[in-house]
Design a protein around this ligand. Structure first.
Ligand code: ARG
Length: 615
């Protein structure tokens, strides 16, 4: 027999078993080792699971029904087309055979019809949608299926450099990383946050000397205020123009590496003051990072010698131009010569890459990582590829380990060049966030002049910060995006304010009705109007939206979904009166409103964005 009986039934427990079986046999996908249609709540997935045995019976093997959204029906199954090619038969005949093998589907589907070259158009039964929605909304996850196998996922993100202003690239890393941390946690994975701050290396010689020149109190003040760029630039200027300073800076690096107590103390001051500033930005941004998540480059110092030794023992380490390097296969420079990953320089110093190798070992061997996510800008792609290649060659990563460079593009100004402040300097993130809140305050005051000043201040923070984060998350992360205040703060379009407004609007419906939202929570909705049906189906797709976003480390997929949901809600609300409807319909519509608000708020929360109850 091809399938265990449990596979055919659609109870949740049998599906869990099914997914385990698939995992062992199938090739793992990026994150989750799930079949494409394994999500529980998504009705398209339910249909796919239901049709799979029929397809298998016709195919004589496991066969994906390829269920997709359709504009002619609720969904269409396209699997017969490929299968017919394979079997050398007519696609329409294969589709008919599948339907015959499927037997009675009437509990789930109102109609099935073979159409065009061999699609099967599928219309869901209203009662089925309503029942599924009731079940999904009764779950704390709102129908989102927990991961079928729990992984330890280490997320490397944010990673600004000590005594240097965080730039917008660090903003992207922080915001995207925070969303990935939340989404993985929501699916039940064990998530370890690591903030790999740049807190070590040769620049610290000049930075410490500059600190000494300024006096510790003054330096601490400057850094703690977020004047990191001025501090760094001044140190650099002296280093380049003053030979005496340069000599002191060099000696300081040696003292730092040698573990000199006083030097280490000064270094710690630099780190602590910068961290204080980073924390102001993190709190302003509403991200989860705390000091407990710091895993800076310095943390790996003691492991570096061991890395060299292990690479040497495995025969990978070679001498090249006086340095110790590894040549991972497949990497060449412009002259087509093999490209080395430099492990130890001629002067005995270690490299950024050596630290990253130590990081891999620490994450795998000490933290038990199954997946390593690096939320780092696209320009570091080759560096990370080489780190992965060497780690795999050295046997530190095996085929079950996922090493994923979650790359992202640049933030551009309206001139399509790298975003800069008016003075041409790097944009100060703390100032950028303050401006976001201020602009949002003005937008909210215009929209709702009656709101009290206190409420407005709270809402402005949620909307302003939400707008900045959402505009970063909403486009495919690998693309560049243009930082545009007016667009991100607009109440129309794929923006945080639009989603937040839909949520606040629902809260206000309940306030006007004088009803607690919990009161309608167990109501199974009546789906009379096509807009109600569409909204209900969209609500059930939250499940696959979260999974797809996690599987591809692409928060924008969740954004697109939430925008669809809010649009679906707007169209429902404009066409289906809620408070003016008869009792049964009113209760049902209120239940749809409540479900929408819950999914919007949960979805925004996964993106690290708050949903105010009024706007
Ligand atoms: N501090 C680095 C930078 O600002 C980013 C570090 C990324 N993480 C890593 N493990 N290499 O470019």
């Amino acid at each position: 027999m091809l399938y265990p009986l449990s596979y055919v039934s659609v109870t949740r427990c049998s599906l869990a078993r099914f997914s385990l079986r698939r995992q062992r046999n199938g090739t793992p996908s990026a994150q989750g080792q799930r079949a494409e249609w394994e999500s529980m709540a998504d009705p398209l997935h339910s249909v796919a699971r239901r049709l799979a045995p029929a397809f298998a019976a016709v195919a004589g093997r496991e066969c994906d029904p390829v269920v997709r959204p359709s504009d002619r029906a609720d969904a269409q199954a396209n699997g017969a087309l490929g299968l017919a090619r394979e079997l050398g038969s007519q696609p329409r005949a294969v589709a008919e055979a599948v339907l015959a093998a499927a037997g009675d589907l009437s509990d789930m589907l109102a109609s099935t019809e073979v159409a065009g070259p061999g699609f099967i158009n599928l219309v869901l039964r209203d009662g089925f949608i309503a029942r599924e929605l009731g079940a999904a909304m009764a779950e704390p996850t709102l129908g989102v299926t927990p991961a079928s196998s729990v992984r330890t996922v280490v997320v490397d993100y944010s990673a600004p450099n000590v005594a240097k202003e965080m730039h917008v690239g660090h903003l992207r890393s922080t915001v995207i990383g925070d969303a990935l941390v939340r989404m993985h946690g929501f699916l039940g994975h064990r998530v370890v946050r690591e903030n790999h701050v740049g807190d070590w290396g040769t620049p610290f010689g000049m930075l410490i000397e500059h600190l000494v020149d300024l006096g510790e109190r003054e330096a601490a003040h400057e850094l703690g205020m977020g004047d990191l760029d001025a501090f760094y630039k001044e140190a650099r200027r002296k280093f380049e123009s003053d030979d005496g300073f340069k000599a002191r800076a060099r000696a300081r690096v040696v003292a730092l590496q040698g573990g000199d107590t006083e030097t280490l103390r000064l270094w710690r001051t630099l780190v602590a003051e910068s961290t204080r500033y980073f924390n102001i930005v993190y709190r302003g941004l509403d991200v989860l990072l705390t000091d407990d998540d710091l895993a800076g480059e310095s943390k790996y110092n003691d492991l570096l010698a061991g890395i060299v030794e292990r690479l040497d023992r495995s025969g990978l380490l070679v001498e090249s131009d006086g340095a110790q390097v590894v040549f991972p296969e497949g990497f060449t420079n412009r002259e087509n010569e093999p490209l080395p990953l430099i492990i130890r320089k001629g002067d005995g110093g270690y490299n950024y890459a050596t630290t990253d190798l130590a990081c891999v070992v620490d994450r795998v061997e000490n933290l038990g990582a199954d997946s390593l996510l690096y939320v780092v800008g696209a320009p570091q792609a080759q560096h990370l590829q080489m780190v992965e290649a060497v780690s795999r060659r050295a046997g530190w990563l095996d085929e079950h380990h996922v090493f994923h460079h979650v790359a992202f593009g640049s933030v551009l100004g309206s001139d399509r060049k790298m975003l800069k402040s008016r003075s041409g300097d790097a944009v100060k993130l703390a100032a950028l966030l303050a401006e976001a809140v201020e602009r949002a305050g003005a937008a909210v005051a215009e929209k709702n002049p009656e709101m009290s000043a206190d409420d407005r201040a709270d809402v402005a923070r949620m909307v302003g910060i939400g707008a900045v984060k959402y505009s970063d998350l909403a486009t495919d992360r690998v693309k560049d995006y243009i930082f545009d205040w007016d667009r991100m703060l607009s109440f129309d379009g794929n923006t945080a304010p639009y989603l937040q407004y839909a949520h606040a609007r629902i809260c206000s419906i309940f306030r006007r009705a004088g009803l607690e939202r919990e009161r309608v929570r167990t109501v199974v909705p009546i789906l009379g109007d096509p807009r109600e049906r569409t909204l209900a189906i969209t609500l059930l797709r939250f499940d696959s939206a979260v999974h797809e976003a996690v599987d591809t480390a692409s928060p924008h997929k969740l954004c697109t979904y939430l925008f669809d949901l809010a649009t679906g809600f707007t169209s429902f609300y404009e066409n289906c009166p809620v408070l003016r409807a008869d009792d049964a319909v009113k209760t049902s519509r209120l239940a749809l409103c409540d479900a929408t608000a819950r999914v919007l708020s949960a979805g925004l929360d996964l993106l690290g964005i708050r949903a105010p109850e009024q706007m």
